[in-house]
Design a protein around this ligand. Structure first.
Ligand code: G
Ligand code: G
Ligand code: MN
Ligand code: NA
Length: 254
């Protein structure tokens, strides 16, 4: 059977799960957020990563129901943590450009927030530069509707797309997520260090939060702190973990 059929069935059988990676405020060391990342618990192949099935879901349109599931699951989990007494964390979800263009995208988010009770300012949507490059009146109105609702917007993999900086002026973005390729090369390549430094300064001047991705070493952590990067995530702090392990992770004071 086709992978498309399998994907459809996996949605029905609830074989998808979200793993959560903490986002740390670098100066205080406190966990201030969490990024939700989808995984497929395949009955035969074990845990599959999104690169193996998200592109297929985008091709066949299943990304729309999948995205709605991710949104509801992440908001509901974030609200569950709040009710358990964990200090409120911003929950970031990855949104595909296809979802942005889908009908009822904004209304579905509004309904999901109402249903789960999560405060809008605790939801952050991560989108790639591609979404912003489509430069249409509808992109603008969708983003403004989200911001009016109080939702946060972040540009994922910043620096790897077309990198026209025009959209930073045009769209109400809150945060820049510095791609892990720059972070990885930072301590060996002065060019990468310069790029990271420039992005952080762009963030400071435009009053946007900067979040470094893929921090793996103490050296990278120290350098980002010295460059005044606001937040970071990566294996140095914690890999993405199942929801059940996340509370323990916070208590251990990563
Ligand atoms: O850890 P990782 O293998 O989870 O993520 C790989 C890629 O998959 C990343 O580029 C991430 O943005 C994307 N991704 C992870 N979770 C989701 C999701 O729920 N929806 C979409 N559209 N993309 C996701
Ligand atoms: O594209 P996006 O930034 O959403 O994807 C994040 C991806 O990076 C996920 O696949 C996640 O599992 C992975 N990831 C998170 N932290 C690290 C890290 O420290 N090192 C590496 N190599 N990957 C990481
Ligand atoms: Mn992301
Ligand atoms: Na990224």
């Amino acid at each position: 059977q086709s992978i498309e059929t399998e994907l459809r069935r996996a949605l029905e059988r609830q074989e998808f799960v979200l793993h959560y990676q903490p986002v740390i405020h670098l100066l205080s060391g406190k966990t201030v957020g969490v990024e939700a990342l989808i995984r497929w618990q395949h009955p035969e192949h074990g845990i599959l990563l999104p690169d193996e099935f998200v592109p297929i879901a985008e091709e066949c349109g299943l990304i729309l129901p999948m995205g709605r599931w991710v949104l509801r699951e992440a908001c509901s989990q974030a609200q569950t943590w709040i009710q358990a007494g964990i200090p409120p964390l911003t929950v970031a979800i990855n949104t595909s450009a296809f979802e942005f263009r889908g009908k009822n995208f904004v209304e579905n988010i509004r309904a999901t927030l109402a249903e789960t009770g999560l405060a809008p300012h605790l939801l952050e949507l991560e989108m790639t530069e591609t979404v912003l490059m489509s430069d249409s009146a509808s992109t603008n109105s969708v983003l403004n509707a989200l911001v009016d609702m109080g939702i946060k917007l972040a540009i994922d993999d910043f620096g790897t797309g077309y990198s026209s900086l025009t959209y930073l002026r045009q769209y109400p973005v809150d945060a820049l997520k510095i791609d892990q390729s720059f972070v990885r090369q930072m301590t060996s390549s002065t060019d990468s260090t310069s790029i990271v430094d420039a992005v952080i300064n762009l963030g400071i001047n435009l009053k946007k939060r900067t979040v470094a991705e893929g921090i793996e070493t103490a050296e990278q952590h120290a350098l980002l702190l010295a460059l005044h990067c606001d937040e970071g995530q990566g294996y140095y702090f914690s890999p993405p973990v199942p929801a059940g392990e996340f509370a323990a992770l916070l208590q251990s004071g990563i």
